[in-house]
Design a protein around this ligand. Structure first.
Ligand code: GLP
Length: 256
């Protein structure tokens, strides 16, 4: 795992965006795994800037969202389908019809999950998966104790996650109790993983993910199993990493 400590949250965005841009330059129709939440927004902002500067063209890329709430009204502004369209596909110039979001509105959840997994397989697989991390170590919506080999499925959100995400809704009570999320086994199959995190609130979960044991109690520790995992964090999020100096040294003396 490569750990890159950036000086500022914006620098996190620039570094992660550069990794995605390299993939897209090599493969213009790359399949991107799209995370929502606030952490990856700096990455999308930088990709949108690169697009406007004609440094990158994302029009042929395809995308898969990581997760979706269950039971929100179609078009709800906090649904990840709406967020992906409004805050990712449109500013990046991706075709929204080329982006698949798990369908949280279908009564037959199991079938919706099977179809989502089949769509990933049919695309040839996700080339690069962007991830955030929850304060309890979740990735996607894989809450602690999620099986490390899990596939896309319905999950019950922890009260911690519901409270953390209440800021995207009018009231805390409106936050759904259930979601559909790519499984940890699904995420592990992506060609490359990039996890971004900013702020002190993520420091404990991040240290557990990078330097703690591989454990379903910290789902983000799954990155330890992936041969191409990069973690890009700001100083505050890195504040509990015991090997921070080593990560800085390794990055600054990286062979070219
Ligand atoms: C949500 C999302 C995750 C995200 C996490 C952290 O629960 N499902 O994909 O990583 O929140 O969100 P934020 O980046 O807003 O802190």
């Amino acid at each position: 795992m490569e750990v890159i400590i950036a000086e500022t949250p914006d620098a996190v965005g620039r570094i992660a965006a550069r990794i995605i841009a390299e993939t897209v330059r090599i493969k213009p129709d790359a399949v991107l795994g799209l995370a929502t939440g606030s952490s990856p927004m700096v990455v999308y902002a930088e990709l949108a800037r690169m697009r406007h500067a004609t440094e990158i063209d994302l029009a042929a890329t395809r995308g898969f969202a990581l997760d979706e709430y269950v039971g929100l009204a179609p078009g709800h502004p906090a649904s990840y389908a709406a967020v992906v369209q409004r805050e990712i596909a449109e500013p990046l110039g991706m075709m929204f019809e080329n982006v698949t979001v798990p369908d949280g509105g279908r009564p037959d959840h199991e079938q919706a999950c099977r179809e989502f997994e089949a769509a990933i397989s049919d695309s040839g697989g996700i080339d690069v998966q962007l991830l955030g991390i929850g304060t309890n170590g979740h990735i996607g919506f894989n809450e602690p104790t999620s099986s490390l080999t899990s596939r896309t499925r319905i999950k019950t959100l922890t009260e911690q996650t519901r409270a953390d995400n209440a800021r995207f809704f009018n009231t805390a009570a409106e936050v759904p109790r259930h979601c559909i999320t790519q499984g940890l086994g699904t995420i592990l199959e992506a060609g490359q993983l990039i996890l971004v995190a900013q702020g002190k609130g993520k420091a404990r979960a991040l240290a557990a993910a990078i330097e703690g044991p591989l454990s379903s109690m910290c789902p983000a520790s799954l990155l330890q199993l992936h041969p191409r995992a990069t973690v890009v964090v700001d100083e505050e999020a890195a504040s509990q990493l015991s090997l921070a100096d080593y990560y800085r040294y390794a990055f600054s003396s990286k062979p070219v």
